[in-house]
Design a protein around this ligand. Structure first.
Ligand code: GTP
Ligand code: MG
Length: 236
């Protein structure tokens, strides 16, 4: 069953057009510059929203098709987000890059983000393989499952170029696709919240416990895989 937490929930007129409050969050910029930035960003955000829409449709089709054909749905839930204008401006400024939409398009590959939670690790790689087989270019792979981050974080990150067929042209839109198991997703959600609550730095006492929890989540994934394989053999 695919649950969505889509930023398009607000309706087509509200999103991807930056909200009036966005101007307040671009506090570092001159008001006229901020207005111009937001106006120019509209096209870029819109095409990224279409990229997300395209990818979500593919994922939904695979989810339903696999459930139908194999009585196994590889996708547990999907969420997506479009980076907020103030976060785009902040990331460009942090990297010392020009704060304009051309620069955003050229340098940022995480304006559009899609996150998929799967039951099993094999499902994560299945989705990756389906993307490959459908000629969607994978421009970057970071496999934090094969090589977890030092804090214990695990996920497969892909930057993919999704073709968006507009009325007069086709645009390739970069989408950051994060694929993980439900156990990895649980861990990442808790770690994110702890990090946020402690102002960006997890206290030393939590860090070791978080790492142990990540290892427990990895063991759970292995146990679930073993159960899954047994049940497949039994029914196969
Ligand atoms: P950014 O500049 O932050 O986008 O990072 P990056 O370019 O090094 O990319 P990376 O692929 O490592 O991480 C991108 C995204 O993955 C982040 O924005 C998070 O959503 C997620 N992520 C990466 N590391 C962690 C982590 O340690 N904990 C959690 N909860 N999420 C993470
Ligand atoms: Mg990011």
């Amino acid at each position: 069953m695919v649950n969505e937490d889509s930023p398009s929930r607000g309706g087509p007129r509200e999103w991807p057009y930056p909200q009036p409050s966005a101007i307040e969050q671009l506090g570092d910029m001159d008001r006229d510059d901020a207005l111009a930035f937001l106006r120019q960003l509209r096209d870029l955000l819109m095409v990224h929203k279409f990229g997300v829409d395209e990818l979500m449709t593919k994922l939904r089709i695979w989810s339903e098709e696999f459930d139908h054909a194999h009585e196994h749905d590889p996708i547990e839930h999907i969420s997506s987000r479009i980076k907020r204008p103030e976060a785009i401006a902040a990331k460009l400024a942090r990297r010392g890059l020009p704060v304009d939409p051309v620069s955003a398009r050229e340098h940022l590959t995480d304006i559009a983000g899609v996150r998929v939670a799967c039951k099993f690790i094999s499902d994560v790689y299945l989705i990756r393989d389906l993307i490959r087989q459908h000629q969607i270019e994978i421009v970057q792979t970071k496999d934090y499952i094969a090589a977890p981050k030092p804090n214990g974080y695990r996920s497969l990150h892909l930057i993919i170029n999704v073709p968006v067929h507009l009325s007069d042209r086709t645009e390739l839109v970069a989408v950051e696709l994060q694929l993980r198991t439900i156990a990895m997703d649980f861990w990442a959600a808790v770690e994110h919240e702890l990090l946020y609550k402690s102002g960006g730095q997890v206290p030393e006492t939590f860090a070791a416990k978080l790492k142990a929890a990540a290892e427990a989540a990895a063991r759970l994934d292995a146990q679930m895989t073993s159960l899954h394989e047994r049940s497949e053999r039994a029914s196969g």
